[in-house]
Design a protein around this ligand. Structure first.
Ligand code: ZN
Length: 207
């Protein structure tokens, strides 16, 4: 892939147990929000600075898929996606709570700088291969999240169809596909590792 990332789509509440842990209903259709491409920073032993004066920042580990061609009706995920990565959808949880109550857009809670660190990309194993591996988030050497595509409320195919039809999907777009249960607050000095199966794809430390 060429490294230019265009639109950064994200799916909210795509794992039942995570929706439940935040007291949210299961959505009837994919819940899509976006982050600015400026939110992307590499997860390569990087030190990541997060907002310190706006309440709790939560980590949300997610699978991220890179789109390699224009969406058209009937196209399959295996035709659309060339590579994948793992990422963290950092979220200002207290800010998000206020925003949800007021009905305001999510940008302040989800779109701040460095809110979307991303590991290096690996070849997409195909929809069949995807479910053969779990992804895990290790925080300070302890596993805090484990996810598998088979636990998604909306499948990757349903997600790309929904985004492609409603908003458009083309080469260079990426999709954060939602987080499993186990989200929590981060503090200065916390270390994160993101693993695909047994392979560590990236790590970072919170400044
Ligand atoms: Zn998320």
């Amino acid at each position: 892939m060429d490294s230019m990332i265009r639109n950064v789509y994200c799916v909210g509440r795509n794992y039942r147990l995570h929706a439940a842990e935040l007291g949210n209903d299961i959505p009837q259709e994919p819940m899509i929000f976006m982050k600015p491409s400026h939110a992307i920073v590499p997860l390569d032993k990087s030190v990541i600075a997060l907002p310190k004066d706006q309440g709790a920042v939560h980590y949300e580990g997610e699978m991220v898929f890179h789109i390699n061609r224009d969406y058209e009706a009937g196209i399959t995920v295996d035709e659309l996606v060339d590579v994948m990565a793992l990422g963290i959808d950092f979220t200002l949880r207290d800010v998000q709570q206020v925003i949800k109550e007021k009905g305001h857009p999510w940008t302040a809670a989800k779109g701040f700088k460095s809110s979307a660190p991303l590991t290096s990309f690996i070849p997409f194993p195909g929809i069949e291969g995807l479910v053969s591996q779990d992804f895990t988030v290790i925080m300070n050497k302890v596993e805090v999240q484990r996810g598998n595509a088979s636990d998604m409320i909306f499948s990757v195919q349903q997600i790309v169809d929904y985004i492609g039809l409603h908003y458009g999907l083309g080469k260079g777009d990426i999709i954060f596909t939602g987080t499993p249960a186990g989200v929590g607050s981060v503090s200065s000095g916390d270390e994160f590792e993101l693993l695909w199966g047994d392979n560590q794809l990236g790590s970072c430390v919170i400044a």
